[in-house]
Structures are given as C-alpha cells and as structure tokens.
Design a protein around this ligand. Structure first.
Ligand code: PLP
Length: 429
C-alpha cells in the first residue's frame, strides 16, 4: 500500500508540479476542462483491475456483475441526457469513437465528406495520414471566404458530385453552430449516412444551450472530457438500427477490454451534466466566450491587426484572427503562456502562415467556468488577453514590466478560485 510518492518520487514530483501548474495558471485550451473530484475518484478506482470484454450481461469474463451495473448506468444516463436510442460508452477516446463509427458504416475505399482540417475539421474527419484519410476516399468541404461559415452550398454540390456514403458534420475549431437539418437534407438527397461529431460542443447540448444533433444524425460521436467535463474518453450514440453494427465495430472490431474505471467516471459525469448546476456553468461558458470576443473586437485590438474569426462566437471558444497582424500564432501563444494563460495556436481558414506557426489562437472558456469564473472574471481575463496581444504585436514578444504586471493580474484571478485545494496535501506527501 505504498503511496505514489514512496514508490516513484519522479512521477509523483511531476504530478505535483502539474497540479501546481493547473492551479496557478488560467487554462483556456478550448478542448480542456477540469474533471470534478468525484469523476477522478471513479477513474482512480479498483475498476482499473477488471477485464470485461463484451457488453453488460454478455461478457467474455467472469466477475463482471458490478461493472455491468456501472456500464449500464453510463449507457442509460447518456441516452437520457441526449435523447439517443442507443449508446456505446466503451470508446477509449474521441478518435476511437470516430474510427469505430466509420468502421461500422463504411468499407475501405468508400467516399466521405468532412470539414477540411485547415478550416476547423478534426484529424479523424479525413486528414491524409490519419486512419480516415488512409482508409476512405475523402472529399473535404470548407468555410466560405466571405464570412468564414461552413459553405452548405458547397456541401450540397460536393455531395451531388461525389455521392459520399457518409457525411461528417463537426469541428475542432469553429465558433458558430452547424445547421444539422440542412446536413440531414443533403445526406438524404444522396443516400448518405450523417455522422455528427459533437466532441467540442456536447456539454452545451447537454445543457440545452446548443441544438441537439441526435434527432438529425444516424450516428453521433463525442468525447467526454471537453465541454462535457468528464474523464478522457469517447461515446457513440445512434439510431437503434445501427446498435449491433456499432457494438461489434467497437468490440471486437477496434478495441479489447473496456476501461471500466473510465466508464464509471463517464457515468458520474453524465449524472452531473443532467443537474441544474451544469446548465448554469455552461451559461457562464457561453457568456465568457462572448465577453472575450467582444473585447478582442474593440478598436485598440483592431489597430494591431487583430480580429475575431466569424466576428464573434455562439459556442465555448473564440478564434483570434492574426492574418492581418505582425503577431503570429506562435508568438501569441508564447506571450500568453508567459503571463500564465494557456491557449493553443491554431490555423485559421485561408491562413497564409504555415500550420506550425499559424495565424490564429483558439481560446476556450470551459475550464475557467468549471473553476467558478463568472462575468466579472471573464471580463478581466478578456482585458488581460487583449492587453497582452496588443503589447506583443509590435515587438513579437512582451516587455518584462508588461509581462510581470499582467502575470500578477492572472495570479489574482487564479487565487480567487482555488482549484482542487484538497489535493495539495496529497501532492506534498
Ligand atoms: N473529434 C473532435 C471534433 C475533436 O476535436 C477531437 C479532439 O480534439 C476528437 C474527435 C478526438 O478526441 P480524442 O483526443 O479523445 O481522441
């Protein structure tokens, strides 16, 4: 029963440092969140020891009576949360959920339509060296250059021309809502399946603050760790008619033993996501993103050539447009990192800079909302970001005095909302 610190001081020290990093900085990576302690407790439980190949009531191993209860709870809860007919909660990640969903519906060589990675799509929607790009014939669709919104006229034209077997709707870097009814209409026009990957916005859907794709799509995939705020993992939901195919595509098609400890944590997260507090938190997520977009659209920011993709946001993230600025994505990310704000640089559509540098920043509010941030704190963080980006735009980096002044404003915000305070004692062991 030796502790982590006793068994492995090296790993324990790095974990303690990571805890301190999360506590003392402002996490604004749009795909990240802070899992509640109850979720982490389930994930760190004895369930990690259990093999349970198969599904509740139909396992290939003995001793599954308790994990069966847990997995069934996760299935029932996620179905109720999103109004789905069927759910598989075993995918180890969002990428594996997408791989299994495609494996269930497609044969190698089939044609799929997905949003271009360069325009906000995900690797698994058809990137060349991802499994999706290697196994399937990918036809990418795009956003319009005029307003940077998904070009549904192009989706329809490409669908009619290429007759895809599957259309994927979903994104990793986009700040508006998709028109699921229109995607459904186009899919029906050409007899394609419609798969919606709601990994990013699932938490908003669960809270009733974003249209639900489930009624429109044949299959809906998601991660459980982004806006949903649960453990790292994936889920597939579908119409009942695809249940058998999807279950067999996940196991034995793609995976072996399910991670029952993670499934338990998913069950806890789904329970929390159905509670009124979760809706209130997601409202703060959306309001915070709007406040950041508004601040970054003000004239002092505009004077530095900095703007916001789509002119605002309807979701949990803001895409900063640096195409007309001397500041590039790498410099912007570094400047914010230096003052204790973590974001990721991101290519924006029609980006003139290479992807490793990029002309964009993706800034998300879910993790800070989980920490307790409300309108006042988001307005303050918006002003800190604006001030830092303007200051960095001239020289490509921040002057020392500006950096230290902004860093102390960040520290004040972080101190106002202590994160996982009960873990400090464990980490010091
Ligand atoms: N789908 C979308 C839209 C995503 O943004 C991501 C992750 O960034 C994934 C799937 C993959 O999730 P994971 O990292 O859990 O494999």
């Amino acid at each position: 029963n030796a502790s982590l610190a006793q068994v492995d001081a090296d790993v324990a020290a790095a974990v303690a440092k990571e805890l301190e990093r999360q506590q003392s900085t402002l996490e604004m990576i749009a795909s990240e969140n802070f899992a509640p302690s109850a979720v982490m407790e389930a994930q760190g439980s004895v369930l990690t020891n259990k093999y349970a190949e198969g599904y509740p009531g139909k396992r290939y191993y003995g001793g599954c009576e308790h994990v069966d209860v847990i997995e069934q709870l996760a299935i029932d809860r996620v179905k109720a949360l999103f109004g789905a007919e069927f759910a598989n909660v075993q995918p180890h990640s969002g990428a594996q959920a997408n791989a299994a969903a495609m494996f269930a519906l497609l044969n190698p060589g089939d044609t799929i339509l997905g949003l271009s990675l360069a325009h906000g799509g995900h690797l698994t929607h058809g990137m060349k060296i991802n499994f999706s790009g290697k196994l399937y014939n990918v036809v990418p669709y795009h956003v319009r250059e005029s307003d940077l919104r998904v070009d549904m006229a192009e989706v329809e034209r490409l669908a009619l021309e290429h007759k895809p077997k599957l259309i994927v709707a979903g994104w990793s870097a986009y700040s508006r809502q998709l028109d699921f009814a229109e995607f459904r209409r186009i899919a029906d026009l050409v007899g394609a399946y419609l798969m919606v990957d709601m990994a990013h916005f699932a938490g908003l859907v669960a809270a009733g603050l974003h249209p639900n794709p489930v009624p429109f799509a044949d299959v809906v995939t998601t991660t459980t760790h982004k806006t949903l705020g649960g453990p790292r993992g994936g889920v597939i939901m579908a119409k009942e008619e695809y249940a058998k195919k999807i279950n067999s595509a996940v196991f034995p098609g793609q995976q072996g033993g399910p991670l029952e400890h993670v499934i338990a944590a998913k069950a806890v997260a789904f329970k929390l996501a159905a509670a009124p507090e979760f809706k209130e938190r997601q409202e703060r997520v959306l309001h915070g993103a709007k406040l950041i977009a508004e601040r970054l659209l003000q004239s002092d920011v505009g004077a530095a050539g900095i703007s916001v993709v789509n002119g605002g946001t309807d979701v949990h993230l803001v895409l900063v447009d640096l195409r007309n600025s001397e500041l590039d994505g790498q410099q912007g990310e570094d400047a914010l990192h230096r003052i204790g704000i973590t974001v990721n640089r991101n290519a924006v559509p029609f980006d003139p800079r290479p992807p490793m540098v990029s002309s964009g920043l993706r800034i998300g509010t879910p993790a800070l909302a989980a920490r307790g941030f409300g309108a006042a704190e988001f307005a303050e963080v918006a002003d800190i970001i604006a001030t830092a980006l303007i200051a960095a735009a001239g020289a490509g980096t921040l002057a020392d005095d500006t950096a230290s002044e902004l860093r102390s404003r960040v520290t004040a915000l972080a101190d106002k909302f202590p994160l996982y305070p009960h873990l400090n004692d464990d980490a010091a062991l």
